[in-house]
Design a protein around this ligand. Structure first.
Ligand code: SAM
Ligand code: SF4
Length: 340
């Protein structure tokens, strides 16, 4: 097992050498998906993990409980598409029973949420972020290669009606596909009291086709929105570790967020750590390495041993993702397998 030199042993929790402390755990519960967003994966899908490779619910809960012991206070379930994990409701109930109980959130494409929102809320899910890049059926089909816009709409409605609020909507703008309709999505979200956040496209697609000069920047999104809305930036002090810069829309109280992950990274305030569905810990979306917990867990590792492995990985978290630096290398694992 990887051990740290005595002089650099982290005191407790999950600090890194730049003074950041992770408290927000993202758990990818499956790498499978029922959509094929062009910025995420190819039309034919990917070679999915086999069942024995994936953590069971019991294994996932054991690892999450170790993270909670290390100071995690929020668990976000993601994927792949988390709603495709058959045991998701039981998994949420299991997380909600951990002490101290973390806040539980989920990032989903919303397909199937109409059926699952109520059982998930009863099991302990607190909030959802639904990914929706456009409200135009043709554009939706172009972007996701599936005709499922109506399913996402009813999923969002169900989430709001069972109190998974505030319902947040995440949108990625793609040049020539939905970049001109950003203001329509904002108006649609305002009408329904969904909180919209745009995210810059990142080099995490399985096809490795991302190009910096093709990416729609946060400034361009702001310009687009400003053609129809007056945007007033909220002061940075109110932002904390939240990645989105928030703007009041037409004087408020509604807001829209823009996450400039590439052009203005928020790495200095990052408090995230990630667990993949095959039991690897990643200290960053763009980490070059990861530490395996599944092997040690299955070989009977103690809680202290698992915690030590996690702390060792977090201690070495890089200062930033370095996308704009020469020599940047996109991670081998795509977003759909890391968990966004
Ligand atoms: N399937 C779920 C969904 O789409 O919400 C959860 C997993 S998905 C990987 C999580 C988030 O990552 C989504 O909001 C998606 O839009 C975003 N995403 C995927 N690929 C991305 C990329 N290359 N750049 C920026 N965001 C991306
Ligand atoms: Fe699936 Fe989410 Fe990737 Fe779209 S972004 S293909 S919904 S995992």
């Amino acid at each position: 097992m990887k051990s740290l030199p005595i002089s650099s042993v982290p005191p407790s929790g999950m600090p890194d050498t730049f003074g950041r402390v992770a408290t927000d755990l993202r758990v990818s519960v499956t790498d499978r998906c029922n959509l094929r967003c062009t910025y995420c994966m190819p039309a034919e899908g990917l070679p999915w993990m086999s069942k024995p490779e994936m953590l069971t619910d019991e294994e996932m809960l054991r690892i999450i409980s170790v993270f909670i012991g290390l100071g995690v206070r929020q668990v976000r379930l993601t994927g792949g598409e988390p709603l495709l994990r058959r045991s998701l409701v039981d998994l949420v109930a299991g997380i909600a029973a951990l002490k101290p109980r973390p806040r539980i959130a989920m990032t989903t494409n919303g397909v199937g949420l109409d059926r699952l929102a109520a059982p998930l809320a009863r099991a302990g899910l607190d909030r959802v972020n639904v990914s929706l890049d456009t409200i135009d059926q043709q554009e939706f089909f172009k972007l996701t290669r599936r005709d499922r816009l109506a399913d996402v709409e009813v999923g969002l409605k169900a989430a709001a009606s069972v109190g998974l609020t505030p319902v947040k909507v995440n949108a990625v703008a793609m040049r020539g596909i939905n970049d001109h309709s950003a203001a329509d999505v904002l108006q649609w979200c305002l009408d329904r009291d969904y909180r919209l956040r745009f995210i810059e496209q990142m080099p995490l697609d399985a096809q490795h086709e991302w190009q910096r000069d093709q990416m729609v920047t946060s400034d361009e999104i702001r310009e687009q929105l400003s053609t129809r809305f007056a945007l007033t930036p909220l002061p940075d002090e109110t932002r904390g570790s939240a990645p989105a810069q928030l703007f009041l829309v037409n004087g408020g109280p509604s807001t829209v967020g823009i996450i400039a992950s590439v052009s203005a990274p928020f790495c200095a305030a990052c408090d995230r750590v990630r667990l993949t569905s095959d039991g690897q810990v990643r200290n960053c979306l763009f980490a070059k390495g990861e530490v395996d917990l599944r092997g040690p867990l299955r070989e009977g590792a103690t809680t202290a041993e698992l915690a030590g492995l996690i702390q060792g990985e977090m201690w070495h978290k890089a200062r930033g993702h370095g996308i704009d630096q020469p020599g940047f290398i996109q991670p081998d694992r795509p977003m759909s397998s890391i968990g966004g």
